[in-house]
Design a protein around this ligand. Structure first.
Ligand code: HEC
Ligand code: HEC
Ligand code: HEC
Ligand code: HEC
Ligand code: HEC
Length: 295
């Protein structure tokens, strides 16, 4: 009798656990991403934990396409086959478009890159990426760094005054100083300029040396020539819209969240309709609820 009960119980437990895992992992993790996580869970536990909290670790592009347009948070209509039925993991972002990236490096059998760019995100979020590329913010690097008048301004702030030939002149600031001051927000120019060898727990490893890195400036020039950084607002590795919305203040935020809660779905795809509801002053200077700014 007790043997039967035991059998019954273990059968129930088995059903429970298989069901549990099936429900817990709604999306499939690709083989490539599983390999990344195997090592990176011990090197970067914070990154892996944050990613697990993110929406992209739970919903595959294929599943997203099955939801109604108002609920959906991807704007692509046709996801590349390879990406459709797996969740968006390390490999899906860090090995996408290898041929376009100046920072691509051979990494444990994968062609990986460090800087995941708006062009990479555009694989699934083309509307947001296009809107952002038309936004003034995405041009913040050149607007400052390629304008001689503004460069004079920057030099008087960042440069050092020195006495030379009986007059005071400004010594040009070094790139590190500019990266820490103006370009912290305006963005740096990031590119691979060499290779460094690291001694890691997994043996010797070669990684690219990047200039102007790390940086999350809004007009960053990326190693694939694209402009900007989505992580200026959607901090990695959670990439949440909640976090990006914190840029809104007080009454505006409440009004906005209320509308969103009411299911009006005023998303980035419908900036115009949202602005009709809220008034165009919704967009404040440095954090904008929308990717496109009427300018
Ligand atoms: C055999 C273990 C291993 C595997 C598999 C692996 N990595 Fe790594 N990865 C490492 C180690 C070790 C480093 C160096 C970390 C350090 O000390 O900065 C690294 C570095 C990186 C970096 C650069 C980090 C930095 O600080 O600049 C990225 C990005 C990266 N890996 C992504 C990936 C992706 C994406 C995959 C899967 C496609 C992957 N890795 C697979 C072990 C691994
Ligand atoms: C949705 C795309 C996306 C996914 C998924 C993703 N990353 Fe990233 N990762 C990024 C972006 C974007 C950056 C930072 C680039 C920037 O600041 O704009 C980044 C930065 C990093 C860095 C830091 C590099 C440095 O030098 O600072 C590491 C390491 C890294 N990711 C590892 C991982 C691992 C491990 C996973 C899987 C658990 C993962 N990423 C999943 C987009 C992604
Ligand atoms: C391979 C496709 C793919 C790529 C590449 C990708 N995403 Fe996503 N993203 C998704 C999917 C799928 C969702 C969930 C969609 C849904 O729930 O309707 C999502 C959701 C989001 C959300 C909403 C999250 C939330 O909590 O509501 C943000 C923000 C986002 N992605 C930003 C990014 C950024 C930034 C990048 C590049 C660094 C990126 N994504 C790259 C597929 C992708
Ligand atoms: C905290 C973030 C931040 C920092 C740091 C910063 N800026 Fe800006 N900068 C902005 C924003 C936001 C704008 C506004 C864009 C707009 O509305 O035109 C801007 C615009 C400008 C413009 C006008 C550009 C144009 O499009 O005509 C100049 C010039 C400028 N900044 C110079 C500088 C200089 C010089 C420094 C360093 C001494 C600096 N900024 C540091 C955020 C920043
Ligand atoms: C200036 C800040 C800012 C930047 C930069 C930014 N976003 Fe957003 N993003 C937001 C805010 C705020 C929201 C939430 C408002 C909303 O629901 O429209 C949002 C929403 C989203 C969503 C959800 C859209 C939906 O339909 O619910 C996606 C996807 C997204 N962003 C992707 C991106 C990508 C890709 C980039 C880079 C090309 C990017 N964002 C750059 C602020 C930003």
């Amino acid at each position: 009798m007790s043997k039967k009960l035991f059998g019954c119980l273990s059968f129930l437990l088995m059903v429970f656990f298989t069901l549990g895992t099936a429900l817990g992992a709604s999306g499939k993790i690709s083989e490539e991403t599983s390999a990344c996580i195997e090592c990176h869970a011990s090197i970067h536990p914070g990154i892996v934990a944050d990613w697990k909290e993110s929406r992209m670790s739970r919903i595959t592009p294929g599943e997203a396409l099955k939801t109604s347009e108002i609920e959906r948070r991807i704007s692509v209509k046709d996801v590349p086959k390879k990406l459709a039925d797996v969740v968006v993991g390390c490999a899906e972002c860090h090995t996408i478009n290898p041929e376009k990236h100046g920072d691509t490096f051979e990494h444990e059998g994968y062609q990986a890159h460090i800087v995941v760019t708006p062009q990479d995100c555009a694989t699934c979020h083309p509307v947001e990426a296009t809107q952002y590329s038309e936004n003034l913010m995405s041009h913040a690097y050149a607007n400052l760094n390629e304008n001689p008048v503004y460069q004079d301004l920057a030099e008087t702030i960042n440069g050092m005054q020195v006495f030379q030939d009986m007059k005071t002149v400004y010594k040009k600031p070094d790139p590190g100083t500019c990266a820490d001051s103006c370009n912290f927000c305006h963005g740096t120019k990031v590119d691979a300029v060499g290779v460094k060898t690291l001694d890691t727990d997994f043996g010797e490893m070669k990684l690219p040396i990047l200039t102007g890195w790390p940086n999350q400036g809004v007009g960053r020039i990326n190693p694939d020539k694209s402009k900007g950084s989505c992580t200026a607002c959607h901090t990695r590795h959670r990439f949440s819209i909640q976090m990006a919305i914190q840029g809104l203040r007080g009454k505006q935020a409440w009004k906005y969240l209320l509308l969103r809660w009411k299911g009006l779905g005023l998303r980035s795809g419908s900036v115009e309709s949202r602005n009709r509801f809220l008034g165009s002053n919704l967009c404040c200077l440095s954090y904008q609820p929308c990717h496109k700014w009427g300018r």
